[in-house]
Design a protein around this ligand. Structure first.
Ligand code: NDP
Length: 270
């Protein structure tokens, strides 16, 4: 019987995950189907239970349920535990395994697709919400020279610094702390691009060889990327590669097979 998978969120109709996983399945010959399931805002657990009772093998979880998925999982990976958020569920032997593949997806996109090595680099991460939290451990595991987190509400960045300080060289604060500092990699993990806004970055934070990475995708050059360009950053990237890579990581967790991601990224860009 064809194995069933799905992505759930609210809203969900816009999700690219069904197209991505359907491409992966086609490419690898895996016998699986992947659909989108809308969960009511007060009915995440119920939606998952229903999917399991229909024989579902795994789910991706998106906004606004990643924290609820973290609560629901009976077994968690280290990276999901630290992220306090789950985007991948695997149902096996009555257990609900929860993982978070967002950070691995980001790191893979930066390293493999963009050819940028994070080791020994000065990394600046903007934002302290769910997306930022999910990528901190995977970035620190790449042994950057330093990881600096800047957030509009500085206290949240300081909290992240305290929580992750055992895992590497990390500091957190506000945007004003960035004046006079320069970084090799600047990642926008705020939701500013959703509103066509620019985080309050001082001039001079992009080294001339810097990679500017916006987790947002599908919006072309965002205010953050335009600012990076005007400041002389050498390389600009949106979050589409991260989206496909986090999906590939989920696919690997479920099926034990790693699909080729570049053809799928190309397909989605068209
Ligand atoms: P949250 O709502 O959890 O966090 C939002 C963050 O953005 C907060 O740190 C907030 O600061 C900050 N922020 C919002 N507006 C501004 C602004 N104008 N200037 C400066 N900071 C601002 O969102 P998420 O963390 O879940 O998501 C963030 C982004 O990441 C989204 O755009 C999402 O699309 C993207 N994303 C992309 C993925 C991919 O695969 N490519 C995966 C996951 C997320 P404060 O705390 O001060 O309010």
């Amino acid at each position: 019987m064809t194995d069933q998978y799905a992505v759930t969120g609210n809203p969900i109709a816009h999700s690219k995950s069904p197209s991505i996983h359907t491409e992966f399945a086609k490419q690898t010959g895996e016998d699986m189907a992947y659909t989108a399931v809308l969960a009511p805002l007060d009915g995440f657990d119920r939606t998952v239970d229903q999917f399991i009772s229909q024989g579902g093998k795994g789910m991706n979880v998106t906004v606004p349920f990643k924290q609820e998925a973290y609560q629901l999982a009976s077994v968690l990976s280290e990276r999901a535990q630290l992220a306090e958020a789950v985007n991948t569920l695997k149902f096996e032997n009555g257990n609900i395994f929860g993982d978070n593949t967002d950070g691995a997806g980001l790191v893979r996109d930066i390293k493999e697709n963009l050819g940028f090595n994070i080791q020994n680099k000065r990394v600046l991460l903007l934002g302290a919400g769910g997306a930022a939290r999910g990528v901190i451990l995977p970035i620190l595991k790449q042994l950057p020279d330093s990881l600096t987190i800047a957030n509009r509400t500085a206290a949240k960045a300081v909290e992240l610094q305290q929580q992750f300080s055992a895992y590497g060289a990390i500091t957190g604060g506000g945007y004003s702390d960035l004046a006079g500092r320069e970084f090799d990699l600047v990642i926008n993990a705020t939701s500013s691009s959703l509103n066509d806004a620019l985080p309050p970055l001082p001039a001079g934070v992009f080294a001339s060889h810097a990679l500017a990475y916006d987790m947002m995708y599908g919006k072309g050059l965002t205010p953050f990327l335009l600012f990076a360009q005007s400041e002389g950053a050498a390389q600009l990237a949106d979050g589409l590669g991260m989206l496909v890579e986090q999906a590939a990581e989920s696919f690997f967790i479920w099926r034990g097979v790693r699909p080729a991601t570049l053809p799928v990224i190309e397909l989605l860009r068209k």
